[in-house]
Write a protein that binds this ligand. Structure first.
Ligand SMILES: Cc1cc2nc3c(=O)[nH]c(=O)nc-3n(C[C@H](O)[C@H](O)[C@H](O)COP(=O)(O)O)c2cc1C
Length: 218
């Protein structure tokens, strides 16, 4: 026969062994143009769930506000600037997000590696499959200047102010020229300097996702 006395949670009781952290309720908001960033978001969500967190993944266009969540992660691709729905979400909710642990991830086709570890004090992770050293660090080309982390993220941080994300990751994305019109092709090839193909680095994405729980709890 079972006991009808409900056991106390083992949590913080003295001598009860290691403390189990309470699950965070995380809202993961994702924007996409062609779908590949949603798969990146799914991998990040899986890693957070593996840490015991509850993750509610929503498309940026229909995502709820952050009320009721313990932390928020917003992801989206660079599409001539960070995807407008991701930007709109953080702009619209920046006052509420300011009081919550928040992290961002950006998928892109090009990123110039000039050695920085933060943008305006916000720590950044640069996927090594994406970040490329410039030909001549003393004289960056127009494409290299365009693809600098501070160029991509500076604009996002300006729109997000006073929100300060705890971490921002830049991941290599996936670029399929067959889905693009002629102007888009010209832009990504001539301005961005992108190489078509699926460059997603799942190891880097999952490692970043696995470390995110600790960052959001800190
Ligand atoms: C119209 C267009 C504009 C883009 N602009 C940029 C850009 O400015 N910088 C960059 O690094 N990548 C740029 N990209 C590449 C995308 O960020 C990359 O392909 C991303 O993985 C797409 O994600 P999605 O499949 O979720 O839409 C652009 C792609 C498209 C189609």
């Amino acid at each position: 026969m079972g006991s009808d006395v409900t056991p106390e949670p083992a949590g913080d009781a003295p001598g009860a062994g290691p403390t189990t952290a309470i699950a965070l309720r995380i809202l993961l908001v994702c924007a996409t143009r062609h779908g590949s960033t949603v798969e990146v978001a799914e991998a990040v969500a899986e890693e957070l769930r593996a840490c015991g967190d509850e993750v509610d993944q929503r498309p940026a266009a229909e995502a709820p506000g952050p009320a009721g969540y313990d932390a928020v992660v917003v992801g989206g691709p660079m599409i001539m600037g960070w995807h407008r729905q991701a930007t709109k979400y953080i702009k619209q909710h920046r006052r509420d997000l300011e009081g919550l642990p928040t992290a961002l991830f950006i998928t892109a086709a090009s990123l110039t590696e000039t050695g920085e570890t933060d943008v305006q004090g916000v720590p950044i992770f640069k996927d090594p499959w994406l970040a490329k050293a410039p030909r001549d660090a003393a004289r960056l080309s127009r494409k290299e200047r365009y693809a600098m982390p501070q160029h991509y993220l500076g604009d996002v941080l300006k729109k997000a102010a006073p929100l300060r994300p705890r971490r921002v990751a830049f991941f290599a994305g996936s670029l399929d020229l067959t889905t693009m019109n002629i102007l888009e092709k010209l832009f990504v090839l001539l301005v961005v300097g992108a190489t078509p193909g699926d460059g997603r680095n799942w190891k880097a994405i999952r490692e970043w996702g696995a470390g995110l729980d600790e960052v959001l709890r800190a």
